[in-house]
Design a protein around this ligand. Sequence first.
Ligand code: FE2
Length: 158
Amino acid sequence: MEKDTLSVNTAIEKRDEISELLYPLLASTYALYLKTQHCHWNVVGPQFYSFHLLFQSQYEELAEAIDEMAERIRALGSFPEGSFDTFSKASFIPEADKPLSAMEMIQALLEGHEALIQYMRKHLPFIEGEGDGATADFLNKRLVIHEKTAWTLRSTIL
Ligand SMILES: [Fe+2]
C-alpha cells in the first residue's frame, strides 16, 4: 500500500503493519458485501421475501463497515487500494463456484462472517499490544456485529 508522504505523529510505531493487517480484512469484508448482495438478488424459494430483506440489512451494514475500515487505514497513514483486482487478490473469502440454493447461501454467508471473526481474533492481540486502542475498539465492535449476524444466519439453517 502507498503511504502518506506527510508525517503521521499519532504515537503508533507499527501503524504500517496494522494497515497491512487491516487491508485483507477490508478486501474480505468487501467480498462478503458483494456475496451478500448477490444472495439478495438471486435467492428463490418459499422464504424469498424474508431472506431478500435479511440479506439487504446485512449488506447495508457491511457497506458502512467497509467505509469506516478504509478510513481507519487512511488515519493510520496508508492509502487502501479499491479495485476489484486488488480486492480479489487480498480477500480470504472464497468465491461461489455455482448457483446456490437458499440454504447454501445461508451457509456460505455464515462461513464468511466466521472467517472475518477468526481473522480479527487472530490479529487483535498484536494491534492491542502496539497500543492502537482505536483500531482494536473498532474491531471489537465489528466482532459483536459479525457474531450476531452469524447467530442470525445459523438460526435460519433447518
Ligand atoms: Fe434490492
